[in-house]
Write a protein that binds this ligand. Structure first.
Ligand code: VG1
Ligand code: CO
Length: 627
């Protein structure tokens, strides 16, 4: 192939957020939009490191993924398509009705492979693509860390094509696309790199591309080799699940989980929400662990997630919620003992018991408290635990009682990576349905499910064979609360608020922080039954490994009784601003840990809304989503 230079000019707004660049599909479809970002990333990594690299390129399969990886119709190629069409028409149309599929292969052949062609032109040695461009975010991390090519090659990093829990598709109300780069440790690029990428997008003038590189059939496993001006270039398509499944089998005791899943006392349900988790669910839960086919919901990956919002929470995972008996109407069918859901790129998880919701903040604390003994990977103990700042302090209490190293980091998984690389952290989590460990450098939805199944299998070692009753998800959570106390927790999201107004609200909250006595006067005026604010600040993080500092990571109000109010602006939205309000209250008294969450939190909610003048600033009397 040949390499040509295409001139381009900077496009505004290509700043990566909490987890990469996420925009509306129509924004990504602008000429050079994706190309500018990809080249800015290559430039940030430096040409010397890109040359000879092995890159993973895949994602959750949402609409535009295939275009980004390979199919791109440019108008200059229009006449070639027409020629191709008549060529095929002549050859096949009259003879065989499979002509249409051949026609599309031919169109593929004439189109461009954006990322692959740019990688080739930048001197990358090989690109690894999951079959049909499908790889979950955790699987990309696993592939980067674990996979070896036939010649012993290891990946240098990878592009993940996803907007994660944001909806996708060509026609939905909010179809998003996204791209992010993960480093050689398998984790999202740190801020030092994403800042450089952003700077580069503001000055980019040109990018090289191998226009004539033939299209690779990404639906078939195999290696295609090419020769360019700089030497050899390979595209290898491999099985999306193999490496990930192998890793999971090395972490968990599959035999004990299989025994649990096949017990008549236990029942299970997994909802992939038509995201990429579907590409793993059948293989792991049915083939490896012997679960019933009927226990899988929405496990066929779709480019528009079946029209749904692939975010595993009580609002969007409607089908699972109903099946687990948590919906309003009783279906009359006995719900399964355990249910879980994933988001679009399968790094998030929601854990449910029969008619019971486990908050993500509790989930990570419970996994940390029970991992040793239940999960072989942790048999030698935990190196430490970590949570994101707005996540409840349930994990703190476990860390203290088990005498574990503990870290509080800003929102977003990239901050956990350094701790893990330095051997300081084994288990970590976020309130936003993200849980994981140092087996990879991303949160991992299926891992979390396997962790819970392992804990259930461990607790039920005796009960599965005998007459004793099953220890349920709810039993485990209630026992945890009785031991460690309970952190009542909720999050209010105000989506697509006017960005200016959101900023004003945040500024108002920062200003208030200058006088705690004033704040307390206001708090008492709103609710006399809420304790005093003891301190208030904007969260700032100094990375204990590299000393880097991240400022303005959320506004905190900390109360004397351990309650907290946190306000942040989302960094993953693609339209307007999203205000997140996190509300938490600690209850140590075991006799008071069984209350309804919304009832226990209502005084604090009152304080939060009035203190922030939420309705005044946003014009909203209620949040868009409550989790
Ligand atoms: C949100 C969550 C954050 C999570 C991030 C990526 O970010 O709050 O905890 O790490 O999404 O998750 P923000 O900035 O919108 O609050 V995923 O599954 O979308 O990669
Ligand atoms: Co995700």
């Amino acid at each position: 192939f040949k390499v040509s230079l295409v001139s381009t000019s900077p496009i505004d707004g290509q700043k990566p957020g909490t987890s990469g660049l996420r925009k509306k599909v129509k924004v990504f479809k602008q000429p050079n939009y994706l190309q500018n970002f990809v080249q800015s990333t290559f430039n940030a990594l430096t040409p010397a490191k890109v040359k000879g690299a092995t890159l993973v390129v895949s994602g959750d399969g949402r609409y535009y993924s295939n275009d980004a990886v390979q199919v791109h119709y440019s108008s200059s190629k229009f006449w070639l398509y027409v020629v191709g069409f008549f060529f095929l028409f002549d050859m096949f149309l009259l003879k065989s009705c499979s002509c249409y599929s051949r026609l599309f292969i031919q169109i593929d052949f004439l189109s461009e492979q954006i990322i692959i062609k740019m990688a080739a032109a930048n001197g990358v040695r090989r690109v690894w693509v999951g079959k049909n461009t499908l790889l979950s975010t955790p699987a990309v991390s696993a592939v980067i860390r674990e996979r070896s090519g036939a010649d012993g090659s290891k990946a240098t990093g990878g592009f993940i094509l996803t907007a994660s829990h944001n909806p996708g598709g060509p026609t939905e109300v909010r179809p998003d696309f996204g791209i992010k780069y993960n480093m050689g440790n398998g984790g999202p690029a740190p801020e030092s790199i994403t800042d450089k990428i952003y700077e580069n997008t503001k000055t980019i003038k040109e990018y090289p591309i191998a226009e004539d590189l033939p299209i690779v059939d990404i639906s078939a496993i195999g290696v295609s080799s090419f020769e360019g001006p700089g030497g050899k270039f390979d595209v290898e398509v491999f099985d999306s699940a193999d490496d990930y499944v192998k890793l999971m089998k090395s972490i968990f005791d599959f035999e004990s989980i299989r025994k649990l899943l096949s017990s008549p006392k236990f029942s299970f349900c997994y909802d992939a929400m038509h995201g990429v988790a579907g590409a793993y669910a059948h293989r792991i839960f049915v083939e490896e662990l012997g679960s019933q086919e009927s226990s899988l919901l929405n496990c066929v990956p779709k480019e528009d997630f079946g029209g749904g919002h692939p975010d595993p929470n009580l609002t969007y995972a409607k089908e699972l919620v109903a099946r687990m008996g948590l919906g309003k109407s009783d279906t009359g069918v006995e719900p399964p003992e355990f249910g879980a859901a994933a988001d679009g790129d399968a790094d998030r998880n929601m854990i449910l018991g029969k008619r019971f919701f486990v908050t993500p903040s509790d989930s990570v604390a419970i996994i940390a408290a029970n991992a040793v003994g239940a999960i072989p990977y942790f048999s030698t103990g935990l190196k430490g635990v970590a949570r994101s700042m707005p996540t409840s302090a349930a994990l703190d209490v476990v860390a203290k009682s088990l005498n574990l190293k503990f870290f509080e980091v800003p929102t977003g998984w990239k901050f956990f990576g350094n701790l893990m690389d330095a051997g300081m952290c084994s288990v970590c989590g976020e309130e936003s349905f993200g849980t994981g460990s140092d087996h990879i450098r991303e949160k991992d939805g299926i891992w979390a499910v396997l962790a819970w199944l392992s804990i259930l299998a461990h607790k039920n070692k005796e009960t599965l064979d005998g007459d004793a009753e099953l220890v349920t998800v709810e039993d485990i959570v209630r026992k945890h609360w009785a031991t460690y106390g309970r952190h009542y927790y909720t999050r209010y999201d105000y989506e697509n608020v006017d960005a200016g107004k959101a900023k004003e609200l945040m500024e108002h909250l920062v200003k208030l922080q200058s006088s705690i006595p004033e704040v307390n006067k206001m708090v008492k005026g709103i609710r006399s039954d809420v304790s005093n604010v003891s301190s208030a600040d904007e969260f700032e993080y100094k990375d204990p490994v590299d000393g880097s500092i991240s400022k303005h990571q959320g506004i905190r109000y900390l109360f004397e009784d351990g309650s907290r109010l946190v306000f942040r602006l989302s960094g993953t939205g693609s339209e307007g601003a999203t205000i997140r309000l996190y509300i938490e209250q600690y209850e140590k008294d075991a006799s008071k840990t069984g209350r309804e969450s919304h009832e226990a939190l209502s005084p604090l909610v009152d304080v939060a809304l009035k203190l922030s003048k939420m309705e005044e600033f946003t014009g909203r009397s209620a949040p868009t989503v409550i989790t």
